[in-house]
Structures are given as structure tokens and as C-alpha cells.
Design a protein around this ligand. Structure first.
Ligand SMILES: [Zn+2]
Length: 116
């Protein structure tokens, strides 16, 4: 039963983020509302937002981040190599260490990706 609920939650999160992505340039407030709902579904069902989608959301202003539209993406070699994503709407900065990202990716492929 629990499993079933989580599957629905995951589906809704992915759908809401896809919709937010689609509508962002036409209707920003609605797009942010979709992100808000996706985050709320995630919290209530305790389903994590998949990494590749999580990196595309500004947690501060709830925008979907589109490189070249409302965010910049830079690679920084200093200290530990990391990617810097800056939201141009609110100035919020997300830093993603490159090593952690690679590890997560290999873990994901080892688990097998034929489920969804
Ligand atoms: Zn922002």
C-alpha cells in the first residue's frame, strides 16, 4: 500500500515539474504554483525529488531554472570542482560538487533504469 502511494506521488511530482517547465515562459505565477505543489507532494509523501529535477528548481523563489533564460550555469575549478547554478530571478545560488554528482549517477545506473 505504502509503495503504491509513493508511486503516485513520484508520478505527480514529475508531471507537475514538467508542466511548470512547459508553462514558465507563458505564465510564471502558475509555473511557480506547480513547483510549490510538487514540493508539497514530495514532503507529505516523503518521496525525494529526483536529482536531475531537483537541480532545476530554485528553492528560494520556486522558479524552474532554464539555462540561458533565467539562470546561469558555470563550472568552477577552485577548491573542489563544482557547478554553480545562479537563479537570475532572485540571485539564489546552487552549488553542486562534481564528484558527488558522478557518484550519484553511477549508483543510479548500477541500480538499473528500466523501472519507469
Ligand atoms: Zn530564484
Amino acid at each position: 500500500m505504502r509503495r503504491y502511494v509513493k508511486d503516485i506521488a513520484r508520478e505527480r511530482i514529475e508531471r507537475l515539474i514538467a508542466l511548470a517547465d512547459e508553462i514558465y515562459e507563458v505564465n510564471k505565477p502558475l509555473s511557480k504554483r506547480y513547483i510549490e505543489l510538487a514540493l508539497r507532494v514530495s514532503m507529505r509523501s516523503r518521496v525525494r525529488i529526483p536529482r536531475h529535477l531537483k537541480d532545476r528548481i530554485c528553492k528560494k523563489c520556486l522558479s524552474i531554472l532554464k539555462p540561458g533564460v533565467n539562470c546561469t550555469v558555470r563550472i568552477r575549478p577552485r577548491r573542489e570542482k563544482h557547478i554553480v547554478i545562479k537563479c537570475l530571478e532572485c540571485g539564489h545560488v546552487i552549488r553542486i560538487p562534481i564528484k558527488r554528482r558522478l557518484r550519484a549517477k553511477t549508483r543510479a545506473t548500477r541500480r538499473g533504469s528500466g523501472t519507469s
